[in-house]
Design a protein around this ligand. Structure first.
Ligand code: DSN
Length: 424
């Protein structure tokens, strides 16, 4: 497969064409370790650029506010049916434009202003949308946070969570994270939610692909009411959001909340692309992919720990790792991000639990394996990537040494074509 040429774009807007080409080259020549990023297939990419962009489709299949919906209804119905099959549930809303809108749609469907939500603390792996004070959501709902009780094992303090739930009487208990390397005990959380009379909701944005591929447990298996997600992380679809209900009965509330509650027309080319991605994720080979993501992350974690690096929770059960750079290498997370960027390895600085440093210059970095696994890399390659990064740390005062390492990384990447781009 050769790289997309984008002839019309080149003619109309050479500057944007140059940026697109540059970005394709960056993706092909570099190692992508940001755990929330991935490479979509050419089929998903093609669908995102289709004429569905021209169509308004407010409403849902069979009940729209505009005419001309034959094909829009067909793609949205397919997306819904495939999402339900993939996640084994009773209802799917495929219209949220992204992850944060999926959170907002879920909160407004299930809560009244002033209601309490129990969510994971951002510094312990949670997400901004789970109640960080900088978000507008905290002006409407009352967020209470839970944390790990033991940073060495990553274990959540479920006894404390139960105490807090008894005291604060939340209407929603939220499982989910963007920087937590372990599995949550969904059964225990569901039990606590039941006792409190709260909805059990999971934000599985990071691990949707792992759940779809049965590489980790689905919160629905333990009776969770709602799972929300993005579609573009480990699930390897277009950028977008998704809300799933275990029981179809809750679906009407979710649908009404997304539209007309706070969104307008769905972005139908993205809904169509979600349908294509779900079809890809239903293939047996996607389950192999999901399991390899986890195997790769565990292997990489082992390689770093063997080198003496400190990992938050001492390893991983999913797709991501958090490294304490200050403790491991005597550099900050920002310095580490810049250093690895210098050799073509992309990851992100990240706070670690109870970080004494600020988010723009925290103590850690976060990295993950969904994207490199899509390129066909396995355990041997994970060891090689860890070795490149450790070598960069060793050569950090040596610009020529880092240049040489960057050339090695580029040569290494050439062996693993990016699906969707191919040879560039
Ligand atoms: N930006 C996504 C992440 O990296 O986790 C979600 O906020």
């Amino acid at each position: 497969m050769s790289a997309p040429a984008y002839h019309s774009l080149k003619k109309t807007d050479p500057e944007i064409h140059a940026a697109v080409t540059g970005e394709m080259q960056r993706q092909v020549e570099g190692v992508e370790l940001i755990p929330s990023e991935n490479y979509i297939s050419r089929a998903v990419m093609e669908t995102m650029g289709t004429v569905f962009n021209n169509k308004y489709s407010e409403g849902y299949p069979g009940r729209r506010y505009y005419g001309g919906q034959t094909y829009a209804d067909a793609v949205e119905s397919l997306a819904i049916a495939r999402a339900k099959k993939l996640f084994n549930c009773g209802h799917a809303n495929v219209q949220p434009h992204a992850g944060a809108p999926a959170n907002v749609g879920t909160y407004f469907a299930l809560l009244e202003p002033g209601d309490t939500v129990l969510g994971m603390d951002l510094s312990h792996g949670g997400h901004l949308t789970h109640g960080h004070p900088v978000t507008y959501l905290t002006k409407i709902f009352n967020f209470v946070r839970y944390k790990m009780k033991d940073i060495e094992s990553g274990e959540i303090d479920y006894d404390e969570m139960r105490e807090v739930a008894r005291r604060e009487k939340p209407k929603m208990i939220l499982a989910g994270f963007s920087a937590y390397p372990r599995e949550l005990n969904y059964a225990r959380m569901k039990e606590i939610a039941e006792e409190a009379g709260a909805y059990a909701v999971a934000d599985m944005a990071h691990i949707a692909g792992l759940i779809a591929g049965r590489a980790v447990r689905s919160p629905f298996e333990d009776g969770f009411d709602v799972i929300l997600s993005t579609t573009h992380k480990s699930l390897r679809g277009p950028r977008g959001g998704l809300i799933l209900c275990r029981e179809a009965a809750l679906g009407a509330k979710i649908d009404k909340s997304v539209f007309p509650g706070f969104q307008g027309g769905p972005i139908m080319q993205m809904v169509a692309a979600k349908a294509v991605a779900f079809k890809e994720a239903l293939r047996p080979e996607f389950a192999d992919y999901a399991k390899q993501i986890v195997a790769n992350a565990k292997c990489m974690a082992e390689a770093f720990m063997q080198s003496g690096a400190r990992l938050i929770t001492n390893g991983t059960d999913n797709h991501l790792l958090l490294i304490d750079c200050v403790e491991s290498w005597g550099i900050t997370g920002r310095e580490a991000e810049e250093l690895f960027d210098r050799i073509g390895v992309t990851l992100n600085k990240n706070v670690i639990a109870d970080d004494p440093r600020k988010p723009m210059d925290p103590s850690g970095v976060r990295l993950g394996t969904p994207a490199v696994t899509t390129r066909g890399m396995k355990e041997a390659e994970m060891k090689k990537l860890a070795a490149f990064m450790l070598e960069a740390v060793a050569r950090r005062g040596d610009p020529a040494g880092l240049d040489a390492l960057h050339a090695e990384v580029k040569a290494f990447c050439k062996k693993y074509p990016v699906p969707g781009i191919g040879e560039n």
